[in-house]
Design a protein around this ligand. Structure first.
Ligand code: HEC
Length: 226
């Protein structure tokens, strides 16, 4: 009993201490695995930025949202390249016609809500789903990919080991990229998942209060639990 009381107080202090600012929140989420893993989502943005954004738009996402992943204002402005902090990630072509011309006759779909429309598994299936032996063997630059109903896709397999340079020391391989980019796109689809850590605060506070009450009641009546 005493031990659990000490544990409650320790949790409470730790959560309160880490919740001091955005970076504290990020560290807390990453460490405890509450909601999304923020470190992974942050790396996922690097994957998105360096590879996916060459073809896809992410219209519901503003660069300024990166502050929730621990980016400073200066870093965001640097990425915005002279643009405003609320710059959105639009289709990287001057027109839909140009997007089609560069992508085998199809406009790459916006990825803001792809996880909501389908799910995070879908992203993983698409990116892991290439049958490399047959890649790019058919006439219209179709690529074999089991995750599409037709068995083929017009999206080339651009995500390969080493193509993304992480700022951190995380492994730069396909598996890591896919886990991270799907974490990032899940967060873009459901930004509030980031705040699950905050919901824990009242929960833990109430829990530790109850622990304290039980403990003091037991003390008052001189009762031992075991
Ligand atoms: C060279 C351009 C290009 C790049 C780079 C690219 N994609 Fe695509 N992507 C496409 C095209 C074109 C399609 C449509 C494919 C089709 O319908 O056959 C597509 C489709 C998709 C789909 C399926 C969407 C749906 O509605 O089911 C997902 C998911 C996806 N891409 C994710 C990504 C991710 C994540 C990255 C970065 C790791 C990425 N793509 C990089 C061109 C690209």
């Amino acid at each position: 009993m005493r031990l659990s009381f000490v544990f409650c107080v320790a949790c409470y202090c730790e959560v309160n201490a880490s919740a001091g600012g955005d970076s504290g929140n990020v560290a807390l989420l990453a460490k405890r695995g509450l909601g999304l893993n923020a470190a992974s989502a942050r790396r996922g943005f690097e994957v998105y930025w360096q590879v996916c954004s060459r073809c896809h738009s992410l219209e519901l996402f503003k660069l300024g949202d990166l502050k929730h992943l621990g980016y400073s204002k200066a870093q965001i402005l640097y990425l915005a390249n002279g643009g405003h902090i609320s710059k959105r990630l639009e289709l990287p072509y001057s027109s839909k016609a140009q997007a089609k011309a560069f992508n085998n006759g199809i406009v790459p779909p916006d990825l803001s809500l792809v996880v909501k429309r389908k799910n995070a598994e879908h992203i993983k299936n698409v990116l892991f789903g290439y049958a490399s032996v047959y890649a790019n063997t058919t006439a219209r630059n179709y690529y074999y990919n089991y995750s599409f109903d037709s068995g083929v896709t017009l999206m080339p397999p651009t995500l390969v080991d080493g193509v993304v340079k992480y700022a951190s020391k995380a492994r730069a391989n396909l598996v890591q990229y896919v886990l991270d980019v799907s974490e990032f796109l899940t967060w873009v689809s459901e930004p509030w998942t980031n705040f699950r850590g905050w919901l824990m605060l009242p929960a833990i506070s109430i829990f530790s209060l109850i622990c304290g009450l039980i403990y003091s009641t037991l003390r008052r009546f001189d009762l031992e639990l075991v």
